[in-house]
Design a protein around this ligand. Sequence first.
Ligand code: TYD
Length: 135
Amino acid sequence: MSICNCKLIELPKITDPRGNLSFIEGGQHIPFDINRVYYVYDVPGGSDRGSHAHKNLHQFIVAMSGSFDVVLNDGKETKRFHLNRSYYGLYVCPMMWRDLDNFSSGAVCMVLASEHYDEADYIRDHSEFLQLANS
Ligand code: TYD
């Protein structure tokens, strides 16, 4: 999997004077069916999240509130994405090392995932990741 497979995806936005509305349908706006939703919030200033990769998991990351950066590495190339709007998100394919940093205060990071939680799908050792990604 190359970092080129990861991309920002703009979501539908129904603008309305009463408040805007965006929506995400699995397999339609993002290239996988959604089996799990989780969110990270109350992140203390200066904290980082992530620092792992997944063998098979597809994810879509949205800044529901505030902002943060997602840094992706495919074993060769690194790209930094700044997320700060709730009407677009970052699609992350399997076998991407990810670091999340630069959280603003009040940031909420929502992640849509293609599979239920499975610790066996994680690669938490960076040298093991580099070995697998480049093999
Ligand atoms: P982790 O995925 O390492 O967090 P992040 O990538 O946001 O830094 O998960 C942190 C802890 O939460 C870890 O002990 C596993 C647990 N967890 C679940 O139980 N279910 C889940 O869906 C997720 C994402 C994590």
